[in-house]
Design a protein around this ligand. Structure first.
Ligand SMILES: Cc1cc2nc3c(=O)[nH]c(=O)nc-3n(C[C@H](O)[C@H](O)[C@H](O)COP(=O)(O)OP(=O)(O)OC[C@H]3O[C@@H](n4cnc5c(N)ncnc54)[C@H](O)[C@@H]3O)c2cc1C
Length: 421
């Protein structure tokens, strides 16, 4: 039996879920507060698990058509020199990609738009939850930018409204926050000519400082500077905000080989940023209430290391679609409603039960990865010891294989997620 599903938020979780459920024939109403998808910098790393999710959704052509770059290698610079390069495996077209998230979302909505059972409301902000007499959630209230307010009644509401989820707060579903790790400051700089030919993700380490950069889909360098939540040698966030472009360039330069440092200095007046990302990590103990399900960042905001947010959101969408498809296909006795064979509440809880173990495992791996980086960048023995080890062994294939092997869960996910036909 087909349902009416209202989805709040057209990020990766909402856009993918809307497309998959609309393809199954459910009536889908997707509500997004922004009119356009071009936003301030957003996540753009798609790990192999995210690429595989798009392939399963039949969106390989979209991935090929939007602005994107396939990663060639992972480079590790310690003390201004490249100590290790790990080539990105390219098995079955599943290499890590850097994508224009806005273009990806726009293309997903375009795929759904011809379906007569799909409605999209851009520029509408969800402001309230509707409930029936038994307190079951049965829709959302949204306000258009022109101040028009409308109730959207639905059988199920799926909250995909991101890390600061308004629906999560309105539903009073608590978030269990993981311990604070780090924040990120993002910058853009013109890319050097050498990085027009290849796409490495470059991690740079110096005592007490870590940052990473890569040539992005727009041809510019995207630089992420890691700021520990506790104090930082360059100062707290307030002080970091007072640094000007040349201060930042001089903070980056010692960690770079001379030719890259020269490029950074030459283009210091073109440095854009920083955009501050307040990293929050956590997972709701309960993702659903009668009539409401949270997924994506709304249920489990991810840390940004090894680009997990979009990937987990797309995998959530696949699991939601699988459960709705299975419920619709469940054999029914004559005259029996779907609710009697598979109550909606059970279905929503089953989605959380399937997704939560992977989310928790991935968040643990991200934390372990961060602790390692935080340790080896401590001035003195940890940093010097790591620099010596990286210089000695980084060039050998076995060391590169060990690193790649350790990354497996973050690259491919920890449980199988497969969209059922
Ligand atoms: C700076 C930055 C860099 C990141 N880098 C990466 C990366 O490289 N790789 C990666 O995988 N992840 C990255 N992430 C995380 C990633 O972007 C998110 O984890 C991912 O987008 C989560 O998808 P989502 O659909 O759950 O939420 P979001 O992408 O946050 O989407 C939520 C949507 O809901 C809309 N919305 C919110 N409130 C309302 C409302 N009241 N009414 C209507 N609409 C609403 C928002 O406008 C938005 O479109 C990054 C995040 C940031 C901020």
């Amino acid at each position: 039996m087909k349902k009416h599903i209202a989805i709040a938020g057209a990020g990766p979780a909402g856009a993918a879920t809307a497309l998959l459920l609309a393809r199954q024939g459910h009536r889908v109403t997707l509500i997004e507060q922004n009119i356009a998808f071009e936003r301030v910098f957003r996540g753009e790393g798609l790990m192999p698990a995210g690429v595989a999710a798009l392939h399963q959704m039949g969106l390989s052509e979209i991935l090929a058509s939007i602005p994107s770059r396939q990663l060639d290698a992972w480079d590790f610079y310690v003390g201004g020199q490249r100590r290790m390069r790990v080539m990105e495996p390219k098995n079955a077209g599943l290499a890590t990609h850097i994508v224009d998230q806005g273009a990806l979302l726009g293309a997903m909505i375009e795929q759904a738009q011809p379906l007569p059972n799909f409605e999209f409301y851009p520029g509408w902000q969800v402001t309230g939850l509707l409930t029936d007499r038994s307190e079951r959630i049965n829709g959302i209230r949204a306000t258009a930018q022109g101040h028009q307010t409308q109730n959207f009644f639905a059988d199920v509401v799926i909250a995909c409204d991101g890390r600061y989820s308004r629906l999560r707060k309105l539903a009073k579903l608590p978030m269990a926050h993981a311990s604070a790790q780090f924040d990120v400051l993002w910058f853009k700089l013109p890319a050097p000519a050498s990085l027009a030919r290849e796409t490495p993700f470059v991690a740079c380490l110096q005592p007490d400082r870590q940052f990473a950069f890569y040539p992005s889909w727009d041809g510019r360098l995207q630089i992420g500077w890691i700021v520990e939540k506790k104090s930082h040698p360059l100062g707290g966030l307030a002080q970091l905000n007072t640094l000007n472009q040349s201060d930042w360039i001089e903070a980056f330069a010692p960690a770079l080989p001379p030719e890259l440092a020269a490029h950074f200095r030459q283009h210091q007046n073109e440095l854009e940023g920083p955009i501050y990302l307040n990293v929050q990590v956590g997972c709701c103990p309960q993702w659903s209430l009668p009539g409401l399900l949270l997924i994506g960042d709304a249920a489990h905001p991810m840390a940004p290391n090894r680009a997990q947010g979009i990937n987990m959101a797309l995998r959530d969408a696949i699991v939601v679609a699988n459960h709705f498809a299975a419920a619709a296909a469940a054999p029914q006795a004559a005259g029996q409603a779907v609710e009697e064979t598979m109550p909606m509440e059970t279905l929503l809880q089953a989605i959380q039960a399937e997704r939560q173990p992977e989310i928790e495992a991935v968040q643990k791996m991200q934390l372990a990865e961060w602790r390692k980086v935080e340790f080896i960048s401590r001035p003195g023995l940890p940093y010097l010891g790591f620099k010596a080890i990286a210089s000695l062994f980084g060039r050998f294939q076995f060391a590169q294989n060990i690193w790649l092997h350790e990354q497996q869960g973050l690259r491919e996910g920890v449980v199988p997620v497969q969209l059922k036909p």
